[in-house]
Write a protein that binds this ligand. Structure first.
Ligand SMILES: *Cc1c(COP(=O)(O)O)cnc(C)c1O
Length: 386
């Protein structure tokens, strides 16, 4: 029996072998291992050069200036820095976000609320999108920050960050977007999109885990209070010795993803549609976010009369999840699907199938067959119990 088909690329991706090779050159005694902050020897200068080369790769992917890239330990830290950093710098103020955001945004917002900062949580529409007008409607005199993700990690639904950003810019309010699911997958251009901060995570685009970045706009200048102190690295925004091998891995991974983006997204959309066509032969299936623009590799599907957790157990040939990796340990229905207005029983019956760079047609067919068989079997079993 071969291994289960990995269809959980939205939770994390393996590191691309080409990226592994670059990372390996920055680890051992023969490699560029030194502290990039060491200014007194060639070892340090070479490490700094590698870090700055990667900073340019990440900046180029966003059409940003390298000085606008702040290295972090991932998108969770980038989200924390953006949200808490702005509110602390401003000495308080109202924050707007959405109920369907990742926990990496919701939890810092909850933390701020407990310390007295007012936060408004917008509900997505039934299609999963945040209506830009809804943002405009809840702006206040004291609003300092709007944080709305680019694409949702559970549904793959893509928000119109150009329109939301334009509303924020017009109102003089900073706009942050968690782009962990879209960097390397959708075109991102900070000269065209009025976004002030963007969170990125390397392990969502075939780079290493534990590595990310926050894009922080310089014109007009975004001021942030550091959330990690010690040493004053990253222009005082994020202290800590830079992880050279992680950083070069992130730079290389993003450069590769951008270079191959169009071909890869086209291929993934084809595979996704192929998988959906097989699943859609079943009665009582719902494609969540079907009416909205969605990421090419994502399928979030609810099955009437089937419990998502039981389905996961029955899916012996496919590695998938019920939604976000962070909440799949709980038996609660997905808060993202519930925010979209899905009934509890349907939200309980939903699974996320996410495809990626190493997914093949044969794997999609194996997964499609396993899903249709398992759903049919679970429904038959429920019927004979009734
Ligand atoms: C994965 C993910 C995160 C967390 O990123 P880490 O680098 O694992 O901290 C945050 N937001 C979204 C939308 C994600 O998909």
């Amino acid at each position: 029996m071969s291994q289960a088909v990995y269809l959980d690329y939205a939770a994390t991706t393996p590191v691309d072998p080409r990226v592994v090779e670059v990372m390996m050159r920055h680890l051992g005694p023969e490699g560029t291992f030194a502290n990039p902050a060491s200014r007194s020897h060639l070892y340090g200068w070479l490490a700094e050069e590698a870090v700055e080369n990667a900073r340019r790769q990440v900046a180029d992917a966003l059409n940003a200036d390298p000085r606008e890239i702040v290295w972090t330990s991932g998108a969770t830290e980038a989200d924390n820095l953006a949200i808490k950093g702005v509110v602390e710098q401003r000495g308080g103020g109202h924050v707007i976000t959405a109920a369907s955001e990742h926990k990496a945004v919701l939890d810092p917002c909850g933390w701020l609320e407990r310390s007295g900062v007012p936060v408004t949580y917008l509900a997505p529409g039934a299609d999963g999108r945040i209506d830009p007008q809804a943002v405009a409607d809840v702006l206040r005199e004291d609003t300092v920050l709007v944080s709305i993700m680019h694409a949702n990690n559970e549904t793959g639904v893509i928000n119109d960050i150009d329109a939301i950003g334009a509303i924020c810019r017009e109102a003089g309010v900073l706009f942050h977007s968690d782009a962990a699911q879209t960097a390397g997958k959708l075109p991102l251009d900070v000269r065209a999109t009025p976004v002030d901060m963007l969170s990125l995570s390397a392990h969502k685009f075939y780079g290493p885990k534990g590595m990310g970045a926050l894009y922080v706009r310089r014109h007009p200048d975004v001021r942030l209070s550091a959330q990690i102190h010690g040493g004053g690295h990253e222009r005082n925004m994020r202290s800590g010795t830079l992880a050279t091998h992680q950083i070069v891995g992130m730079g290389e991974a993003l450069a590769l993803a951008v270079a191959e983006r169009d071909a890869e997204q086209t291929r993934l959309a084809g595979l996704r549609d192929r998988l959906w066509d097989q699943i859609a032969t079943l009665p009582g299936v719902h494609l969540n976010g079907r009416d909205a623009p969605r990421l090419a590799g994502h399928l979030n599907v609810a099955f009437e009369g089937v419990d998502g957790e039981m389905l996961l157990t029955a899916l012996t040939e496919v590695a998938v999840s019920t939604g976000s990796a962070c909440t799949s340990a709980s038996l609660e229905p997905s808060y993202v699907l519930k925010a979209m207005g899905l009934a509890d029983d349907l939200a309980h019956g939903a699974i996320r199938l996410s495809l990626g760079r190493f997914t093949g047609e044969d794997e999609v067919d194996r997964a499609g067959q396993n899903v249709t068989e398992a759903v049919t079997r679970l429904r038959d079993a429920a019927r004979s119990r009734a």
